[in-house]
Ligand binder design. Sequence first.
Ligand SMILES: NC(=O)c1ccc[n+]([C@@H]2O[C@H](COP(=O)([O-])OP(=O)(O)OC[C@H]3O[C@@H](n4cnc5c(N)ncnc54)[C@H](OP(=O)(O)O)[C@@H]3O)[C@@H](O)[C@H]2O)c1
Length: 323
Amino acid sequence: MLRVGYPDTLSSDLLREFPEGIEAIPVSGKMDRDVEIDVWIPDPYASRAMRAWPRLRGVKLVISMLAGTEWIPPLVGPHVTICNAHGAHNVATAEWTIAAILAMLKYFPLYLDIQRSGVWKRRFEAGAHYAAIAGDARPIYPPVMLEELAGKTVLLVGYGAIGKEIERMLEPFRVNLLRMARTARTEPEVHAVSELDALLPRAEVIVLILPSTAETRWLIDRPQLALMQQGALLVNAARGPVVNTDALVESLNAGRIRAALDVTDPEPLPEGHPLWSCPNLLITPHIAASSPQFAPNALRTAADELCRYINGEPLHNVVQAAI
Ligand SMILES: NC(=O)c1ccc[n+]([C@@H]2O[C@H](COP(=O)([O-])OP(=O)(O)OC[C@H]3O[C@@H](n4cnc5c(N)ncnc54)[C@H](OP(=O)(O)O)[C@@H]3O)[C@@H](O)[C@H]2O)c1
């Protein structure tokens, strides 16, 4: 029997797709004794998983329910193999990205504010909003009340499972797409990260969808923000540390760019943090993948990986191989 520890907060119904030959063992951060397991599916909330880890013995494989696993290697060390939930959250995260782009281009944050005030004629504030974003105060008639996505250039910074899903969902919007990943390739054309600075001035919408690593820390820093077009929209669906927060706050407060963030650095974003009050900014508190399908999708991915593990086949989603 392969002993698989899973968060005791999950319904055991969700484990029904696990293969034969598994003993599923509920694990919590409140355990008062050590537990021997072979495979650990950690709680997706890092703080809960961190409380459980000291009680676990014998873990050889960690299967995360998340696509981003940056906090797991420092927790479990180098002698454990780690797999992520590659693919499980593509749809939810890509849908959030499309919603965030459209919400910002249709000025939904402004219109929600207007709705709450109950004053119809405040809609004319949209014209001033557009003028500030465009950096051009010349009046336009009839007044601009929102923008179109069609015809805009969208740069995908990261072209993995979720980046490709975002591309698929963007198809009907008739945008010009630029793709960037670690390495360049063709069909479709993907630029290398070394070309980032050359690509940034070409895009009206920049989507960050790549892992948080030492290499991607502050990939978007002051020079990159300065290279973006006046009024460009920066969408961060990846991880907070990919962007230098202080530099982003400066750029937003200067009215240079706008942003939609599902993730921030630090996280949780403390009350009173300068990001909360920046103009032209939409923040959601790291919820992009948290639909009712989160756990079923993640555990289906885990079940597939467990099948391969039991059968001695190569694992698909290894982000750290044990040394
Ligand atoms: N907001 C949320 O709730 C949420 C939900 C899910 C995921 N995420 C984040 O989204 C990230 C991406 O997920 P995914 O499933 O699409 O990952 P993935 O399939 O592994 O793709 C990652 C992409 O990032 C690129 N990349 C990696 N390191 C890079 C570097 N140093 N410079 C430039 N590009 C680099 C990769 O380039 P190559 O193709 O050249 O290897 C690849 O295109 C996750 O790691 C996670 O942090 C966030």
